[in-house]
Design a protein around this ligand. Structure first.
Ligand SMILES: NC(=O)c1ccc[n+]([C@@H]2O[C@H](COP(=O)([O-])OP(=O)(O)OC[C@H]3O[C@@H](n4cnc5c(N)ncnc54)[C@H](O)[C@@H]3O)[C@@H](O)[C@H]2O)c1
Length: 410
């Protein structure tokens, strides 16, 4: 469906007015033009906050091209604004997998200098079928799943250019993965279902950065939270944070709601569907739609129907029902509005500065995965403080000396 430019301008305007860190960077880019003469290809969730990032990069002199990072996460109104601003944008809410793939391919047809990726699909495409894209100075990666794929690629020794791992920056995962996913996952589930969390047994699969945020917000709304894990340390952490921990096979029969957020595959599958509590809601907040097995659901169900937008009912032979939300895709983007604006201000400030770093230094960097430079992480934190009316102390000279020495003790 074609988006509405006016509505899009309101949404993007609202986002920009709550993204002071990125806006500060945009103003600097406007004068310094760090991307002058360069082509940037972005594969991201195309909505209002992403539009703010794309416009900031464009203000920095870049020829910006965008494609959707997920078929359900696009905001067509934001797309309308980007197109009106002259940015080549390949995204439509509900697009087919073929359309999605065509968009990702188009990002390489423009022969980019810098790539901004989310989930590593674009980088993977370069390494499988488009090794001819020799102009690429480097890439940045937004999410955990992309980083896992890139680490595997780096291990083969075949990475063709440097990649900055934005996900693991402190200013990313501590806020975006934890508080952003925590809040927006619940927003998506509540929008899709209009049901209450209080009184429900809510199972969170994966107690990583995202899972911690989701579990904390579920508890805040009165849910009884159960965690499933494969990592003993994370399992103990969840237990000491006050949650029950058990295998999925034990959790499925008592669950009113299951949220997967592991970055892994087949977390809820046939074995679990066979014992699932009647009426259980199934949602995924992990990057790809592989965490809740739709193939197994479809194989076991005797009937399937849409009962609300983004809610699919599967009925089993014994009469039990399961409700899959948002087709098992990222529920915060499929049914919600994605991460809160202030969170994306931090994540996209990191992206903008990391893309600038690649533009300036990519050609001298080794072909490996790099952390975000500490100076960038720190600069984003310092810029964010006033936006949240936070002031902090500065070390005295004596404290700096004390912190730098080893001789002093008791
Ligand atoms: N929804 C969003 O907007 C959003 C935002 C950021 C990240 N993500 C995605 O969410 C996923 C998780 O990201 P993260 O940063 O929390 O990763 P993480 O690595 O910090 O945590 C993942 C956790 O899942 C656990 N896990 C793995 N396999 C499991 C299994 N079979 N059963 C139970 N637990 C299992 C791991 O032990 C780990 O503790 C990734 O796919 C990431 O890309 C989504």
């Amino acid at each position: 469906m074609a988006g509405d430019v006016e509505r899009g301008r309101q949404k993007v305007g609202w986002a920009r007015s709550h993204m002071p860190v990125l806006e500060g960077i945009r103003r600097r880019f406007e004068t310094e033009l760090p991307f002058r003469g360069l082509t940037l290809s972005l594969v991201l969730h195309v909505e209002s906050k992403t539009a703010a990032l794309a416009l900031a990069l464009s203000a920095g002199g870049a020829d910006v091209h965008l494609a959707a990072g997920n078929p359900l996460s696009t905001d067509d109104d934001a797309v309308a604004v980007l197109r009106e601003e002259g940015l080549d944008t390949w995204a439509e809410k509900g697009e087919s997998v073929a359309q999605y793939q065509a968009g990702v391919r188009a990002m390489l047809d423009v022969d980019p200098d810098v790539i901004v990726d989310d989930g590593a699909d674009l980088v993977a495409l370069v390494h499988t079928t488009r090794k001819d894209r020799g102009k690429i100075r480097g890439s940045t990666e937004e999410t955990t799943t992309g980083v896992i794929r890139l680490r595997a690629l780096e291990k083969t020794g075949k990475l063709l250019f440097p990649v900055i791992n934005v996900n693991d920056a402190d200013m990313k995962h501590l806020f975006d993965n934890r508080y952003g996913t925590g809040q927006s996952t619940l927003e998506g589930i509540l929008t899709a279902t209009n049901l209450i969390i209080a009184s429900k047994v809510c199972v969170v699969a994966g107690y990583g950065w995202c899972g911690k945020g989701v579990a904390a917000r579920l508890r805040g709304l009165g849910g009884e939270v159960v965690v499933t894990e494969v990592d003993p340390v994370r399992a103990l952490e969840a237990r000491m944070d006050g949650f029950r921990v058990m295998p999925m096979l034990d959790a499925a029969p008592i669950a009113d709601l299951i949220i997967t957020v592991t970055g892994n595959t087949h977390i809820v599958r046939a074995d679990h569907f066979r014992v699932l509590k009647d009426g259980c809601l199934l949602a995924n907040a992990g990057h790809f739609d592989v965490e809740v097995s739709r193939t197994d659901l479809e194989g076991l169900a005797v009937s399937q129907r849409t009962v609300r937008p983004q809610v699919e009912e599967y009925r089993f032979a014994d009469g039990r029902r399961a409700y899959l939300l948002g087709e098992g895709r990222l529920i915060n983007l499929a049914a919600g509005q994605g991460h809160p604006v202030e969170i994306m201000d931090l994540s996209f400030a990191l992206q903008a500065l990391s893309a600038e770093h690649i533009a300036k230094h990519g050609r001298e960097m080794e072909k490996r995965l790099y952390p975000v430079p500490t100076a960038i992480d720190h600069a984003v934190a310092m810029a964010a403080l006033p936006s949240m009316s936070v002031r902090i102390d500065e070390m005295t000279e004596a404290q700096k000396r004390y912190a730098a020495e080893w001789e002093g003790g008791t």
